[in-house]
Write a protein that binds this ligand. Structure first.
Ligand code: ADP
Ligand code: AMP
Length: 213
Protein backbone atom coordinates (compact mmCIF):
# COMPACT_ATOMS: atom_id res chain seq x y z
CA UNK A 1 0.00 0.00 0.00
CA UNK A 2 1.41 3.39 -1.07
CA UNK A 3 0.01 6.40 0.75
CA UNK A 4 0.63 10.13 0.57
CA UNK A 5 -0.16 12.39 3.53
CA UNK A 6 -1.32 15.87 2.53
CA UNK A 7 -2.05 18.80 4.83
CA UNK A 8 -0.66 22.08 6.12
CA UNK A 9 2.55 22.08 8.15
CA UNK A 10 1.53 21.06 11.67
CA UNK A 11 -1.72 19.39 10.58
CA UNK A 12 -0.61 16.09 12.09
CA UNK A 13 0.76 14.31 9.00
CA UNK A 14 3.79 12.98 10.84
CA UNK A 15 1.76 11.89 13.86
CA UNK A 16 -0.65 9.91 11.67
CA UNK A 17 2.05 8.63 9.28
CA UNK A 18 3.92 7.03 12.21
CA UNK A 19 0.72 5.29 13.37
CA UNK A 20 -0.07 4.09 9.82
CA UNK A 21 3.49 2.80 9.37
CA UNK A 22 3.22 0.81 12.58
CA UNK A 23 -0.22 -0.68 11.87
CA UNK A 24 0.41 -1.59 8.24
CA UNK A 25 4.10 -2.49 8.58
CA UNK A 26 5.34 -0.04 5.93
CA UNK A 27 8.17 2.51 6.21
CA UNK A 28 7.33 6.10 7.17
CA UNK A 29 9.23 8.39 4.82
CA UNK A 30 9.45 12.06 5.77
CA UNK A 31 11.52 14.33 3.52
CA UNK A 32 11.66 16.84 6.41
CA UNK A 33 13.21 14.13 8.66
CA UNK A 34 15.71 13.24 5.91
CA UNK A 35 16.73 16.90 5.60
CA UNK A 36 17.00 17.31 9.39
CA UNK A 37 19.19 14.18 9.65
CA UNK A 38 21.45 15.65 6.95
CA UNK A 39 21.63 18.98 8.78
CA UNK A 40 22.54 17.18 12.01
CA UNK A 41 25.30 15.22 10.23
CA UNK A 42 26.61 18.37 8.52
CA UNK A 43 26.31 16.97 4.98
CA UNK A 44 26.40 19.17 1.89
CA UNK A 45 22.72 18.38 1.22
CA UNK A 46 21.90 19.39 4.81
CA UNK A 47 23.73 22.72 4.51
CA UNK A 48 21.90 23.51 1.27
CA UNK A 49 18.46 22.46 2.59
CA UNK A 50 18.90 24.48 5.82
CA UNK A 51 19.13 27.73 3.86
CA UNK A 52 15.54 27.24 2.68
CA UNK A 53 14.08 25.51 5.73
CA UNK A 54 15.14 28.26 8.14
CA UNK A 55 13.18 30.79 6.07
CA UNK A 56 10.10 28.59 5.86
CA UNK A 57 10.65 28.05 2.13
CA UNK A 58 10.56 24.79 0.20
CA UNK A 59 13.83 23.09 -0.67
CA UNK A 60 14.15 23.18 -4.51
CA UNK A 61 12.45 20.32 -6.38
CA UNK A 62 15.71 19.06 -7.97
CA UNK A 63 17.22 18.28 -4.57
CA UNK A 64 14.05 16.95 -2.97
CA UNK A 65 12.95 14.68 -5.81
CA UNK A 66 16.32 12.96 -6.01
CA UNK A 67 16.48 12.05 -2.34
CA UNK A 68 12.87 10.83 -2.38
CA UNK A 69 13.28 8.66 -5.47
CA UNK A 70 16.48 7.14 -4.02
CA UNK A 71 14.65 6.42 -0.78
CA UNK A 72 11.59 4.72 -2.32
CA UNK A 73 13.88 2.56 -4.45
CA UNK A 74 15.06 0.90 -1.20
CA UNK A 75 14.29 -2.79 -0.64
CA UNK A 76 12.14 -1.99 2.40
CA UNK A 77 9.74 -0.01 0.15
CA UNK A 78 8.71 -2.94 -2.04
CA UNK A 79 5.60 -3.62 0.05
CA UNK A 80 4.59 0.05 0.12
CA UNK A 81 5.23 3.17 2.20
CA UNK A 82 3.64 6.23 3.70
CA UNK A 83 5.01 9.54 2.41
CA UNK A 84 4.90 12.46 4.85
CA UNK A 85 5.75 15.90 3.46
CA UNK A 86 6.26 14.74 -0.12
CA UNK A 87 5.06 15.77 -2.66
CA UNK A 88 4.75 19.45 -1.76
CA UNK A 89 4.52 20.83 -5.32
CA UNK A 90 2.76 19.72 -8.52
CA UNK A 91 6.10 19.04 -10.30
CA UNK A 92 7.15 16.76 -7.39
CA UNK A 93 3.86 14.85 -7.71
CA UNK A 94 4.31 14.50 -11.45
CA UNK A 95 7.85 13.13 -11.12
CA UNK A 96 6.66 10.61 -8.52
CA UNK A 97 3.74 9.50 -10.72
CA UNK A 98 6.04 9.07 -13.71
CA UNK A 99 8.62 7.08 -11.73
CA UNK A 100 5.87 4.77 -10.44
CA UNK A 101 4.26 4.43 -13.86
CA UNK A 102 7.59 3.28 -15.29
CA UNK A 103 7.52 0.31 -12.93
CA UNK A 104 3.78 -0.32 -13.46
CA UNK A 105 2.88 1.03 -10.05
CA UNK A 106 0.79 3.86 -8.53
CA UNK A 107 -0.17 5.66 -5.33
CA UNK A 108 -3.26 4.11 -3.68
CA UNK A 109 -4.48 6.98 -1.50
CA UNK A 110 -3.68 10.65 -0.86
CA UNK A 111 -5.00 11.42 2.64
CA UNK A 112 -5.58 15.12 3.33
CA UNK A 113 -5.43 15.92 7.05
CA UNK A 114 -7.60 19.02 7.08
CA UNK A 115 -6.87 21.63 9.79
CA UNK A 116 -7.68 25.37 9.55
CA UNK A 117 -4.85 27.91 9.79
CA UNK A 118 -5.99 29.14 13.26
CA UNK A 119 -5.29 25.70 14.77
CA UNK A 120 -2.01 25.36 12.91
CA UNK A 121 -0.41 28.30 14.73
CA UNK A 122 -1.14 26.59 18.09
CA UNK A 123 -0.02 23.16 16.83
CA UNK A 124 3.36 24.41 15.64
CA UNK A 125 4.04 26.77 18.53
CA UNK A 126 3.44 23.90 20.97
CA UNK A 127 5.27 21.22 18.97
CA UNK A 128 8.43 19.88 20.58
CA UNK A 129 10.69 17.55 18.65
CA UNK A 130 13.38 15.13 19.69
CA UNK A 131 16.51 15.69 17.63
CA UNK A 132 17.66 12.22 18.64
CA UNK A 133 14.89 9.93 17.32
CA UNK A 134 12.54 12.38 15.55
CA UNK A 135 9.58 11.79 17.91
CA UNK A 136 7.22 14.75 18.21
CA UNK A 137 5.13 15.97 21.12
CA UNK A 138 2.83 18.87 21.89
CA UNK A 139 3.02 20.88 25.11
CA UNK A 140 -0.78 20.64 25.67
CA UNK A 141 -2.12 17.90 23.40
CA UNK A 142 0.63 15.26 23.41
CA UNK A 143 2.93 16.04 26.36
CA UNK A 144 5.93 13.83 27.13
CA UNK A 145 5.86 11.92 30.44
CA UNK A 146 8.73 14.03 31.78
CA UNK A 147 8.82 17.70 30.79
CA UNK A 148 11.36 18.45 28.05
CA UNK A 149 12.55 14.84 27.73
CA UNK A 150 11.77 12.34 24.94
CA UNK A 151 9.75 9.30 26.18
CA UNK A 152 11.41 7.07 23.60
CA UNK A 153 15.11 7.89 23.77
CA UNK A 154 15.55 10.18 26.80
CA UNK A 155 17.07 13.04 24.81
CA UNK A 156 16.14 16.71 25.17
CA UNK A 157 13.10 18.08 23.31
CA UNK A 158 13.44 21.32 21.34
CA UNK A 159 11.31 23.85 19.47
CA UNK A 160 12.30 23.40 15.81
CA UNK A 161 13.88 26.55 14.34
CA UNK A 162 11.22 26.58 11.64
CA UNK A 163 8.38 26.33 14.19
CA UNK A 164 9.09 29.85 15.50
CA UNK A 165 6.06 32.14 14.93
CA UNK A 166 7.77 34.35 12.34
CA UNK A 167 8.66 31.31 10.19
CA UNK A 168 5.29 29.57 10.64
CA UNK A 169 3.55 32.47 8.87
CA UNK A 170 5.82 31.98 5.82
CA UNK A 171 5.33 28.24 5.84
CA UNK A 172 1.55 28.63 5.80
CA UNK A 173 1.76 31.05 2.88
CA UNK A 174 4.03 28.64 1.01
CA UNK A 175 1.60 25.80 1.79
CA UNK A 176 -1.42 27.63 0.35
CA UNK A 177 0.45 28.72 -2.75
CA UNK A 178 2.56 25.69 -3.64
CA UNK A 179 1.17 22.63 -1.85
CA UNK A 180 -2.61 23.07 -1.55
CA UNK A 181 -3.09 22.69 -5.34
CA UNK A 182 -2.16 19.01 -4.82
CA UNK A 183 -5.60 18.47 -3.27
CA UNK A 184 -7.28 19.12 -6.65
CA UNK A 185 -4.51 17.14 -8.40
CA UNK A 186 -5.27 13.96 -6.42
CA UNK A 187 -9.01 14.59 -6.44
CA UNK A 188 -8.88 14.49 -10.23
CA UNK A 189 -7.08 11.18 -10.03
CA UNK A 190 -9.87 9.85 -7.80
CA UNK A 191 -7.60 8.91 -4.87
CA UNK A 192 -8.11 11.89 -2.54
CA UNK A 193 -9.52 11.14 0.92
CA UNK A 194 -10.10 13.98 3.38
CA UNK A 195 -10.17 13.55 7.16
CA UNK A 196 -10.97 16.13 9.86
CA UNK A 197 -7.57 16.76 11.43
CA UNK A 198 -8.97 18.90 14.27
CA UNK A 199 -10.25 15.79 16.06
CA UNK A 200 -8.28 13.92 18.73
CA UNK A 201 -5.34 12.07 17.12
CA UNK A 202 -6.86 8.65 17.91
CA UNK A 203 -10.11 9.66 16.18
CA UNK A 204 -8.19 10.99 13.19
CA UNK A 205 -6.39 7.65 13.00
CA UNK A 206 -9.66 5.75 13.19
CA UNK A 207 -11.02 7.78 10.26
CA UNK A 208 -7.86 6.97 8.28
CA UNK A 209 -7.93 3.24 8.98
CA UNK A 210 -11.61 3.17 7.92
CA UNK A 211 -10.42 4.46 4.54
CA UNK A 212 -7.31 2.29 4.17
CA UNK A 213 -9.06 -0.87 5.32
P1 ADP B 1 3.02 17.68 10.55
O1 ADP B 1 3.81 16.40 10.36
O2 ADP B 1 1.80 17.74 9.66
O3 ADP B 1 3.87 18.92 10.41
P2 ADP B 1 2.84 16.84 13.36
O4 ADP B 1 2.37 15.42 13.25
O5 ADP B 1 4.26 17.05 13.75
O6 ADP B 1 2.45 17.69 12.02
O7 ADP B 1 1.85 17.56 14.40
C1 ADP B 1 2.02 18.96 14.71
C2 ADP B 1 1.81 19.18 16.21
O8 ADP B 1 0.45 18.93 16.57
C3 ADP B 1 2.67 18.24 17.09
O9 ADP B 1 3.06 18.95 18.23
C4 ADP B 1 1.70 17.11 17.43
O10 ADP B 1 2.06 16.48 18.66
C5 ADP B 1 0.36 17.83 17.51
N1 ADP B 1 -0.77 17.02 17.06
C6 ADP B 1 -0.79 16.06 16.08
N2 ADP B 1 -2.02 15.56 15.90
C7 ADP B 1 -2.83 16.22 16.80
C8 ADP B 1 -4.24 16.18 17.09
N3 ADP B 1 -5.07 15.37 16.42
N4 ADP B 1 -4.70 17.02 18.05
C9 ADP B 1 -3.87 17.87 18.69
N5 ADP B 1 -2.54 17.96 18.46
C10 ADP B 1 -2.02 17.15 17.52
P1 AMP C 1 8.39 18.99 7.54
O1 AMP C 1 9.22 18.24 8.50
O2 AMP C 1 7.63 18.08 6.59
O3 AMP C 1 7.50 20.03 8.17
O4 AMP C 1 9.41 19.79 6.58
C1 AMP C 1 10.27 20.79 7.11
C2 AMP C 1 10.85 21.63 5.96
O5 AMP C 1 11.66 20.79 5.10
C3 AMP C 1 9.84 22.29 5.03
O6 AMP C 1 9.33 23.52 5.55
C4 AMP C 1 10.69 22.50 3.77
O7 AMP C 1 11.60 23.58 3.91
C5 AMP C 1 11.53 21.20 3.75
N1 AMP C 1 10.85 20.13 2.98
C6 AMP C 1 10.38 18.95 3.47
N2 AMP C 1 9.80 18.22 2.50
C7 AMP C 1 9.89 18.98 1.36
C8 AMP C 1 9.46 18.81 0.00
N3 AMP C 1 8.79 17.71 -0.38
N4 AMP C 1 9.73 19.79 -0.89
C9 AMP C 1 10.40 20.90 -0.53
N5 AMP C 1 10.81 21.13 0.73
C10 AMP C 1 10.57 20.19 1.67
Amino acid sequence: MKIIMLGAPGAGKGTQAKMIAEKYGVPHISTGDIFRANIKNGTELGMEAKKYMDQGLLVPDELTVKILLDRVAGDDCKGGYVLDGFPRTIPQAEVLDKALEEIGDKIDFAVDVDVPDENIINRMGGRRACLGCGATYHLEHVPPKKEGICDTCGRELVLRDDDRPETVKNRLEVYHKQTQPLIAFYQQKGILKTVDGTADRKDVFQAITAILG
